[in-house]
Design a protein around this ligand. Structure first.
Ligand code: CA
Length: 229
């Protein structure tokens, strides 16, 4: 069963989301506060995607996201943001979210985002079989979907893993932001290119020796990014 956690304090919005996800074939677990969401996640380890409202009584959605990521790097996280400020989107992504949906959203938009994230968090497993990509100091294990740098495990989200895999499969090749978006988020994704930049920023913090002067993920100005020199 495809399980989604819905964290939203406003009951009418929560039931709107739940009804539409159920109609799309998802099982939903509901929470009205961040604290409740964290408890329910622990009780339901099979939850694959979490929708987190930002503005909540008690701890906010960003803090919930941060705490989920401290326990689990694999779960897909979509922030539900009422405000349209760019900073909110970027803050959410930097705390570990994979995507965001701005309120008010249509049922079709929401389920499309959840579907896309489900495909990314689970759908690829069958294709990758027992292979490893080794490009010192990095070792990418395609079966376990894990990355090591100098033998040390680097904890990645599913999106970050998808980006590293794309880079390591195309060393030295300049990849446009559109290509990265298509390969990692899927061709049917209708988000913004900026999401690529924010994820790369987060990834650099995790894998570069000096994130302000990156040597592994290089910027190709006005175009995109390149893995290695
Ligand atoms: Ca709220």
């Amino acid at each position: 069963m495809r399980k989604v956690l819905v964290l939203e304090d406003e009951e009418n919005i929560r039931s709107f989301v739940v009804i539409n996800l159920k109609r799309a074939g998802y099982e939903t677990i509901e929470a009205g506060t961040g604290e409740e969401a964290l408890v329910k996640l622990k009780q339901n380890p099979s939850i694959k995607v979490a929708l987190l409202d930002v503005m909540l009584p008690g701890i906010d959605g960003f803090e919930v996201c941060r705490r989920i990521r401290a326990m689990d790097s694999k779960i897909g996280i979509i922030m539900l943001t009422a405000r349209t400020q760019e900073m909110d989107k970027i803050t959410g992504l930097m705390t570990g979210a994979d995507d965001y949906v701005t309120k008010p959203f249509s049922p079709a938009e929401l389920t499309a985002r959840v579907d896309a994230l489900f495909r990314r968090t689970g759908g690829e497993e069958a294709v990758d079989s027992g292979e490893e990509l080794y490009q010192p100091p990095f070792l990418l294990n395609l079966r376990n979907r894990t990355l090591e740098k100098d033998g040390q495990r680097v904890k990645l989200t599913q999106v970050e893993y998808g980006i590293v895999k794309l880079f390591m499969q195309n060393p030295g090749k300049a990849l446009s932001r559109e290509e990265i978006l298509d390969a990692v988020w899927g061709r049917d994704y209708f988000g913004e290119l900026k999401i690529v930049d924010v994820n790369i920023r987060r990834l650099r913090i995790k894998i570069e020796d000096n994130p302000t002067s990156p040597t592994y993920i290089n910027t190709v100005w006005g175009f995109g990014y390149k893995w290695g020199a």
